[in-house]
Design a protein around this ligand. Structure first.
Ligand SMILES: Nc1nc(O)c(N)c(N[C@@H]2O[C@H](COP(=O)(O)O)[C@@H](O)[C@H]2O)n1
Ligand SMILES: [Zn+2]
Length: 350
């Protein structure tokens, strides 16, 4: 059975689908406050009426004005209204990318404008209407679902995550290429204009959850979360790329080879993998969802810096994260520096 999403009022669930949703759209020099303003204004050739609708303080007022000037509506309006609507709904989502992420995250659900007032754009309230707005939205959704950055991941849901350092908001995403579930733990308000302090943390079950001292992951994870809270805002991306992308069971095999003398790179290669199998390109989808364009990146790993730059993210600063050096991971950290290019102060690994 096809699942259905019904929308109508902009302040209700899925209100971003409504033409009344606050979504500025710039066309040439003009900024239309909502797609409703633009749509209603296109009914008229009279410039002064168009201007009145443009300047209406709410979409509801824009709608009422179009009714007031009903006698001035252009003669071919019924022929062109569908293409006007299609154009402005497409522009709305092209220019308001947070809404586009939400639209794409509706997957293949049926989108219905549940309006008892309209049986052309909506379903007429009894489900018998044509739902033309819903059809346009589904067409726009199908288009953007194939485009970067919307094609990497889709957002599923978010919830509070209280931690020992502070309360984060946890956003869940699914990566399209692999089906893997990734997290973004957001602390504070990200839209203050400053680059966000972030960490791209690859999953390490042994270090992050089981207190392993073989690596530095758990120590880095704690410090990164603490640093974000101390900075007042930032994001910990928890990426499900266990074992540098080879998976948990293969990581145990690699650890076994390391117990017999291999270093971390030799062990991966002996198992037939590259030293580092991770790919960070999907992070572009999560960063875009959170509207992050510039970051301070906590890492010692230059590959992560390069990957984010390749994704079009501006790195204002690399923040070293040198944590957890201990007798069990000393050789591992030295190999990270010598073979994987990690940047450490000499005082940290000597
Ligand atoms: N394949 C593999 N071999 C080892 O010896 C390891 N210690 C790991 N650990 C994984 O590396 C990732 C963290 O590395 P960075 O600090 O981000 O460079 C994480 O996925 C661990 O599970 N993997
Ligand atoms: Zn680890």
């Amino acid at each position: 059975m096809i699942e259905e999403i019904q929308f109508y009022e902009p302040n209700e669930d899925y209100g971003y689908l409504s033409n009344f949703a606050d979504s500025p759209i710039q066309l040439s020099e003009v900024i239309w406050p909502t797609s409703e303003h633009y749509y209603q204004a296109q009914k008229f050739t009279d410039h002064s009426v168009q201007q009145k609708i443009l300047n209406a303080s709410t979409p509801d007022e824009a709608f009422q004005l179009s009714r007031k000037y009903d006698h001035l509506v252009k003669s071919d309006w019924m022929d062109v209204r569908h293409s006007v609507m299609r154009y402005i709904v497409f522009e709305k989502f092209r220019q308001n990318t947070h809404f586009t992420h939400l639209l794409v995250s509706t997957g293949d659900k049926l989108l219905t404008e549940h309006s008892h007032k309209d049986s052309y754009w909506g379903d007429g309230g009894d489900g018998k209407g044509q739902n033309e707005l819903g059809k346009i939205l589904m067409e726009v959704r199908d288009y953007f679902a194939q485009q970067e950055p919307f094609n990497y991941v889709h957002f599923v849901d978010s919830a509070k995550l209280p931690t020992q350092w502070g309360t984060f908001r946890m956003y869940g995403f699914v990566e399209h290429a692999t089906g893997k579930e990734h997290l973004a733990l957001v602390y504070g308000n990200l839209n203050g204009g400053e680059p966000a302090l972030i960490r791209l943390h690859s999953e390490c079950l042994t270090g992050d959850a089981l207190f392993s001292a073989r690596c530095d992951c758990g120590f880095q994870l704690s410090r990164a979360m603490e640093n974000i809270v101390n900075a007042g805002h930032g994001v910990l991306f928890y990426l499900r790329q266990e074992g540098r992308g080879i998976g948990l069971i293969n990581k145990i095999r690699a650890y076994h080879l390391q117990d017999n003398g291999a270093d971390t790179v030799e062990a991966n290669e002996a198992l037939g993998f590259a030293a580092d199998m991770r790919d960070y390109s999907f992070c572009k989808g999560m960063l875009s969802f959170l509207n992050i364009e510039s970051v301070k990146l906590m890492t010692n790993n230059p590959k992560k810096v390069k990957a984010l730059e390749k994704a079009g993210i501006h790195i204002s600063k690399r923040v070293p994260l040198q944590e957890g050096n201990n007798p069990h991971n000393h050789g591992y950290l030295k190999t990270k520096a010598s073979k994987l290019g990690h940047i450490f102060d000499n005082t940290f690994i000597e």
